[in-house]
Design a protein around this ligand. Sequence first.
Ligand SMILES: C[S@@+](CC[C@H](N)C(=O)[O-])C[C@H]1O[C@@H](n2cnc3c(N)ncnc32)[C@H](O)[C@@H]1O
Length: 366
Amino acid sequence: MAAETSGRANLRQALELAGAHFINLVEIGILKTFIDNKVFDRIPEDGDISFQELANTGESEVALLERFCNYLVAAEILESPSPGRVAHTDRSRAYKTGEIPAGFIQHVFNFLLRPVACWPAYFDENGLAAPKTVNKIPLGLATGYPDSDLYGVLDKEPVLAKLFNGAMRGSAKIYSLNGVYSFDWMKNASSGERPAVVDIGGGSGVALQDIVKDNRFISPESCAVFDLPTVIEDTKSERNGDLHSLQLIGGSMFEALPKSISNSLVYTFRRVLNDFPDEDVVNALEQVRKACAPDSRVLIIEEMLHPNRSKFSIAQDIFVMNFGGKRRSESMFRDLAAKTGFHVSSVVEDKATDFGVVELVPVSEA
Ligand SMILES: C[S@@+](CC[C@H](N)C(=O)[O-])C[C@H]1O[C@@H](n2cnc3c(N)ncnc32)[C@H](O)[C@@H]1O
């Protein structure tokens, strides 16, 4: 009898341990479904709504909504002021369309949960090893494009692309260099007929726009956004007054950079290199190295890996593994710099976040 009781206690303890994961998965599934179907938007800001009214406004099955709402009430995400009715809490309001937590859930579901569900198949096929090339990644397997890289998947899946680009735009402000890295040294550098700042993988140009806005001595005409041709086409079509007169140039960082952006005083890579395995980073840095003048500087703006930091920070390293990327520590960047003819001249980090600026200078070829 005593053995049976202790057996039951052990089972309960084991279920409690693993149960939290089970609950998290159910919760993220329900939240994602409600966000996609705008169910949180349909709950009145003040007052409450019956399951039936909620179902009617969204042409949903009332029985399913009730089951999902029951979970969210038990999880204290929604409130139920009376049987059969639900009301918002501050937590549920955060999942209305356009709110950052809502976008985060969608991003995590698509770019983490879906690939994670394919890890067993991925590791069976590729061995228990991180992706070595961007064309064989868990995200590709999960989305039905097993030979595509992240950007290939996004090209083929416009809905995912919209979510990905939205997440990038939404988090862009975190990476502002204002007060973190000073461009003042450029005032004394030789300028002349050369580019001032080339933002490689600069996408919609927001990072470069900020640099030019915060450092009025840098002329926008001497700066360029360099990105894949399709991205540059999009940027051109969205072009607005804010882009000033930045040059927009299409190409790949894995090939020789165009002459028009050679010799730039500064090259920046913001949130680009951590999406790629080491071999690709070496290739991209080698191409920039060939384009550099002796006084050029290269800025790598990325979230840095700190093995002793929070679980959240380390989890983000695992997250980017799904598309072949990784977070890197200062010493990892030093190794990559040494392999590609650069020297790390400074590393500054934003105190409030994990993002850092690793400045590289070319090592002179003796
Ligand atoms: C995560 S986004 C970051 C965009 C921007 N730098 C920012 O911080 O908002 C990565 C960018 O790298 C670009 N990219 C990917 N592969 C590239 C390549 N081979 N050559 C140039 N840019 C590339 C993508 O198109 C995308 O704009």
